[in-house]
Design a binder for this molecule. Structure first.
Ligand SMILES: CC(C)(COP(=O)(O)OP(=O)(O)OC[C@H]1O[C@@H](n2cnc3c(N)ncnc32)[C@H](O)[C@@H]1OP(=O)(O)O)[C@@H](O)C(=O)NCCC(=O)NCCS
Length: 134
């Protein structure tokens, strides 16, 4: 993992300081993961405190789960005792990744009209919680 960007709260789309990392495989960027270590409603209910994406050619190796595990100490260091993730009901790879990590599906919530992904048709988010204390 390599830190690629630190976005100050003022310019971050989530309104909080955000750390973005590259997932590296043999020196190549296989994916990215962002840590947003704050507890705003936007993060805990809609966008998640962590977001990840793996390049198609690198999928199938569980890289997203590995990257999340690698960020847990940083999340703890920022004072978080739990992490909230969100995904959509049809995102099987993301849901399976979260379940493998030990996240618990807490609830599904309606995507409000003023949230960015509503325009692209998203209507429901699933909220998953990962306990960092256990
Ligand atoms: C979600 C994502 C990051 C996962 O990438 P990855 O770490 O390579 O995940 P994998 O391909 O190893 O799959 C993880 C698990 O999901 C399962 N899975 C993946 N696609 C699946 C599918 N279509 N149907 C059923 N299971 C599937 C895999 O079998 C694996 O489970 P297993 O270990 O029990 O076999 C990747 O698919 C991605 O970048 N998607 C687009 C961006 C995105 O959706 N990000 C998350 C936003 S919430």
């Amino acid at each position: 993992m390599r830190l690629s960007h630190v976005y100050p709260a003022e310019t971050s789309p989530w309104g909080v300081r955000t750390f973005r990392f590259d997932m590296l495989v043999d020196g190549m960027v296989a994916g990215t993961i962002s840590l947003r270590p704050a507890t705003t409603h936007l993060l805990t209910h809609l966008s998640g405190q962590i977001g990840f994406s793996v390049e198609p050619g690198f999928r199938g190796r569980g890289l997203a789960a590995k990257a999340v595990r690698a960020l847990v100490p940083a999340a703890r260091a920022h004072g978080l005792n739990e992490l909230w993730f969100t995904t959509t009901p049809d995102n099987v790879a993301s849901r399976r990744t979260l379940e493998k990590l030990g996240c618990v599906l807490v609830e599904s919530v309606a995507v409000p009209e003023d949230y960015v992904s509503h325009a692209s048709g998203e209507r429901t988010k699933l909220r998953y919680r990962l306990d960092l204390l256990g």
